[in-house]
Design a protein around this ligand. Structure first.
Ligand SMILES: Cc1cc2nc3c(=O)[nH]c(=O)nc-3n(C[C@H](O)[C@H](O)[C@H](O)COP(=O)(O)OP(=O)(O)OC[C@H]3O[C@@H](n4cnc5c(N)ncnc54)[C@H](O)[C@@H]3O)c2cc1C
Length: 394
């Protein structure tokens, strides 16, 4: 392999070029990024950035040291075998790493802010003036974080969510309902079961015709993989670039990583979209190994965190529909608690923890090992999660 092109200069793209050099690739290396900036971290954009605590989340990267030919502000526009077409100079490749991430899902109408990039975060930050009426659409992770920051900045905040409870993309109602009181306690009005039909410059119109006026509207209703530039190419794309557990795409010499990839997971027997920082961090090393011809498999227990209303919320795994819930602590009373999705044969399929980071780390490890747990021990907050392994004295 003599010329590798990495498309997308986010965390996954940066990790890919770093891994290529770390794993001994010595050929030409090109990094293309549509944004005008060197790679930066996105999680702080809804946290420190909006609170004015942080201005720059640029990731450490020295293109000269790694001998990377970087092109910022250049967008890939098409793909043919051996050639990436761009809005600048086209790039020939014999190895290609697709790391174009995701872009926000948009609602009908004009107006409203979408928060994905550093430029978006600066615009939203400037709009969060004390006393401003802020309307957030979506009570998922992003919506909750924006609401947290806006309330702390002295805005009057309303969150509109179409589902009955917060975080419906991951949490069933019986779990998500325990997140709802956090909004009121932070002075944020949460309106559930209300669908926004249109975003307007002066607010939003609900599906029932009601108009909710606001000075600022911020929409956080999910993302979709940034695959528009692959339309018309024979690469297999279906809600993400389809890859196997080795991260190889449907063409030779092409791998995909991070938010853009839809990876087949043997562990869960389904396709998994990254959409989390941890995946963008770790998948590229495996993808590079594949590209360099070293057999590899990447099939972790997915992990995401969210900092909302003064709490560290962490989630790992995939909540299987037939799993039962095991509670650790009482969410209606205890400031910290956890809940586990446990399969019929007593294995942890997923875990949600609130201000219990150690529980999360241990549960994720047990899930990764496919360990069987004792449900009474797992439910006992005084026993460490790792000690709940059935019949063990860990
Ligand atoms: C505001 C915010 C807060 C978040 N907070 C958390 C959190 O707390 N915890 C967590 O686990 N995850 C969080 N995430 C998710 C996490 O940041 C993403 O999963 C991660 O950034 C994915 O990295 P990536 O490199 O795959 O994609 P991206 O970060 O999206 O990078 C892809 C890059 O490719 C570029 N690109 C796209 N199309 C093209 C093209 N055609 N040509 C060239 N370049 C292109 C894009 O401009 C972008 O710069 C957050 C995301 C956002 C937006």
């Amino acid at each position: 392999m003599e010329r590798v092109v990495v498309v997308g200069a986010g965390l996954a793209g940066l990790q890919a070029v770093t891994a290529l050099r770390a794993q001994g690739y010595a050929g030409e290396l090109v990094l293309l990024g549509a944004e005008r900036y060197p790679p930066y971290d996105r999680p702080p954009l809804t946290k420190g950035f909006l609170l004015n605590d942080l201005d720059d989340s640029t990731l450490p990267f020295d293109p000269q040291e790694l001998k990377v030919d970087v092109h910022y502000g250049v967008r890939a526009t098409g793909l043919r075998p051996g050639l990436v077409e761009t809005d600048g100079k086209d790039q020939a490749y014999d190895g290609l790493i697709i790391a174009t991430g995701a872009e926000p899902l948009r609602l009908p109408g004009t107006g409203g802010h979408y928060l994905r990039t550093r430029d978006d975060a600066h615009t939203v930050r400037a709009a969060l003036r004390p006393g401003a009426r802020v309307l957030v659409v979506g009570a998922g992770w992003i919506g909750a974080e924006v609401a947290t920051a806006a309330a702390r900045r002295g805005c009057r905040v309303t969150v509109v969510e179409q589902a009955a409870t917060p975080a419906p993309h991951v949490l069933p109602p019986e779990v998500g309902r325990h997140l709802a009181p956090w909004y009121a306690r932070a002075g944020v009005e949460l309106r559930t079961g209300q669908r926004v039909a249109e975003v307007r410059p002066d607010g939003v119109e609900l599906a029932d015709g009601e108009l909710l006026r606001a000075d600022v509207v911020i929409v956080g209703v999910g993302v979709r993989p940034a695959t528009g530039w692959l339309e018309g190419s024979p690469l297999e794309v279906d809600a993400g670039v389809l890859v196997g557990p080795d991260l190889r795409a449907s063409w030779p010499g092409v791998v995909a990583v991070g938010d853009v990839a839809a990876r087949w997971s043997p562990r869960y027997e389904r396709r998994i979209r990254g959409e989390h920082w941890d995946d963008a961090l770790r998948a590229p090393a495996a993808a590079v190994a594949t590209l360099l011809g070293r057999p590899t498999s990447y099939d972790p227990v997915p992990y995401v965190w969210s900092e909302q209303f003064g709490r560290m919320v962490q989630f790992a795994g995939v909540p299987m529909p037939d799993a039962r819930l095991v509670w650790r602590g009482d969410p209606t009373r205890d400031p910290t608690w956890a809940v586990f999705w446990v399969t019929a044969d007593h294995r942890i399929a997923a875990a949600l923890t609130v201000d219990r980071p150690r529980d999360l780390t241990q549960a994720r490890r047990l899930a990764e090992r496919d360990a069987r747990v004792d449900l009474d021990l797992l439910a006992d907050p005084l026993v460490s999660v790792k000690q709940s392994v059935a019949g063990s004295s860990e």
